[in-house]
Design a protein around this ligand. Structure first.
Ligand SMILES: [Zn+2]
Length: 280
């Protein structure tokens, strides 16, 4: 099984030191969209999509507030579609897309894979399709869902996975893929665990934003801390899930590699590790 770690979109907000915890105040920060493309016996599985082709052609559809705050840089060359094509695949090879949540920087690529089944945690889809007043400005995904995605909702499950509840999805595949609900950032936010040749990977989506947050003691650059607090659907649940992820990293760091969607350092480490594995 091969797993590709892709960056499917970037943000370049001001104040690198306040965003990345290093570098100058006047430099631009670096925020990535860490996605996975998993080669299985039954085609490709994508974990999150990042921005899509139409976001790159027409960035205005991302909304003025989001663009002003986060300075997204959607580009055609970094879409999941162009990157899987560079690996020798085509859109139709993507049979399944598993989403951590439905924010536009995680699900913007859905229209590029209209035939794929789109797996989401049920409370997330419910909130996105019928948002509360508070979340109405969050799910502006109309353009991303015009093609009527083939949603597959998954309810909460009871199987224990390192002390977290988990739902096994895609049971027909040769690769184990689990939803590991980590709510708080959004109402139905979930992590995605993949049983790889090198042990478990846990894509934590936006459950945290910087590697320092799952270290003990935790740390986080101030702009990211502020942004997470502002965006949280349930702040207490978000903080409690971060605590559980720290515990996981402390107690099972040799069995589970965790990474979030937006940390460039975690992406680099994962890419280097998978390049080493491919060369071995
Ligand atoms: Zn995000």
């Amino acid at each position: 099984m091969r797993i590709h770690h892709l960056n499917c979109g970037s943000f370049c907000p001001h104040g690198r030191r306040l965003v990345n915890g290093e570098g100058g105040l006047l430099e631009r920060g670096s925020v990535v969209c860490h996605c996975l493309a998993i080669e299985t016996g039954d085609g490709l599985v994508l974990v999150d999509t990042g921005f899509g082709m139409e976001d790159a052609r027409n960035p205005r559809q991302l909304g003025a507030a989001f663009r002003l705050l986060m300075e997204p840089r959607p580009e055609i060359g970094t879409t999941a579609l162009r990157q899987i094509e560079a690996l020798g695949f085509e859109a139709g090879d993507v049979k399944h897309i598993v989403l951590s949540h439905l924010d536009l920087d995680h699900a913007g690529g859905l229209p590029d894979f209209p035939e794929a089944e789109v797996h989401v945690f049920a409370p997330e889809l419910a909130e996105a399709l019928h948002p509360s007043l508070r979340e109405r400005t969050r799910y502006i995904g109309g353009a991303h869902w015009k093609h009527k995605p083939r949603w597959v909702e998954h309810g909460a499950g009871g199987d224990d996975w390192f002390g977290f509840s988990s739902v096994r999805i895609l049971p027909g595949l040769d690769t184990e893929v689990l939803l590991v609900p980590l709510v708080g950032h959004s109402r139905g936010h979930t992590g995605i665990a993949v049983n790889s040749d090198e042990g478990w990977l846990l894509h934590c989506g936006d459950a945290y934003f910087n590697h320092g947050e799952v270290a003990t003691p935790p740390s986080c650059p101030p702009i990211l801390r502020l942004f997470q607090a502002l965006m949280a659907n349930d702040g207490a649940a978000r903080r409690s899930n971060q605590e559980r992820l720290r515990e996981l990293a402390r107690n099972h760091g040799d069995e589970v590699t965790t990474f979030c969607a937006h940390d460039p350092r975690e992406l680099e480490l994962a890419q280097a590790k998978s390049a080493d594995a491919a060369a071995a």
